[in-house]
Write a protein that binds this ligand. Sequence first.
Ligand code: FES
Length: 381
Amino acid sequence: MIGGVGGLQQAVVGPPLWLLAEITYRCPLHCVFCYNPTDFARHEDELSTDEWLRVLREGRALGAVQCGFSGGEPLLRDDLEALVAEAHRLGYYTNLLTSGVGLTPERAAALKAAGLDHIQLSFQDSTREVNDFLSHTKTFALKQRVGEMLKAQGWPMVMNVVMHRLNIEHTGRIIEMAHELGAEYLELANSQYYSWALENRGHLMPTSEQLKRAEAVTDEWRVKLEGKMKLFFVSPDYHEARPKKCMNGWGNVFLTITPDGAALPCHTARMLPGLTFPTVREMDLKTLWYDSDGFNRYRGTGWMKDPCRTCPDQEKDLGGCRCQAYMLAKDAAAADPVCPKSPQHGVVQAAVAAANAGEVPARPLLFRDRATSLKLSCSGA
Ligand code: FES
C-alpha cells in the first residue's frame, strides 16, 4: 500500500534518485516555450545558499545520486560554484542545464574545479534571426563562444534544442551546426505543451508532415554521424499514439525543488488544485517525500478511475501525465487526454488538426517575462 501510513510507505516507496534544484526563476532570456510556471513571478523568494546546502545534504541522505542545477538561468546565482562543490563532495553526479548566458572562461574553470560533471547547453535555432527572436535576446554569437568554453574545460558537448513549428524546418542545419561546434550529443526535444508553451501552442505545434520530415532528416544524419555524435529526437506528446509514463511515475524517482523551496514530483505540479506541496523551509525532505499528501496522491495505481483503472497498460504508462490531465481534462485524476482511450482525447486531436490545417492564433506569441507572468497570475491563467 502507498500513502497514509508513514512506516509502511517507506518500505514500499523507493528514494528519489534524481534531485533537480531549480535554483532561480530569473532568466535573461524570454523563451516562448519556457517550462517554468507562467506565474513564476509569484515565487521569487529564493532559498539562501545555506538553505540550498541543507537541501543537497538531505537529498543525498535520502538516496539521491544525481543532482541537476537548472532555472531560470542557474548562472545568475553567484553561489552556483559553492552549491556544485558541495553536491560533488556529497557524491552526487552533477549536471548544469544552462543557456550559457553568464558563463565566462573564469566561471567555467571554477565550475570544473568545483567538480561539475556535465553541462547541457541549450540553443534555440541554427540561425541568428530565429535564435534571437525566440529568446527575445541577442545571444546567438555568445552561445557559440560558450560551446568553445565547454570544450576547453574538457566537458562533453551536450546540446539541447527545443523544436517546434518555427524551427523544425531547420532540423538538418541545426544538426550540422551542432556537429561543427563539436557536440557529442544533441537532443532535439520537441516542445511539450505546458506553461508558456501551452499559452503559445497554436504558434508552436508542428504539423504531422513536418514532424515526419524532421525525423527522417534526423535519421539521415544519424547514419552520416555514426560514431561521432549521438542524436535524440523526442516527439511531442500530442502526436504520439500512447501517453508517456510521466517522470517515470509520480513521486517515484524524481524530486524537484523550486527556487522558493517547494518540493514537487514534476516541474508544474504546483498548479494542480487540491494538492499541497510544503516547502523545504517547513519540512525536511524525508518527510516531504514519504509522508506529504502531494507526493502520495498519485503514486502507484490506487488513485485511478476508468479508463485507467481497468486498462491492461496501466502499469506501463501509469495513466500518463497528471498535469496534462488537469490542463486538458480539468481533472488531475483523469486519463491523460493524449491516450486514445481518454474521453477527452478529442482535445488533443483538435489541436493537431488545427496545426495540420495551418491555423495560427490571432493572439501574438507570448514571451516569458516578469510583467506577463504577473498579468497571467492575476488573471488566474
Ligand atoms: Fe506533472 Fe507530468 S508534468 S505529472
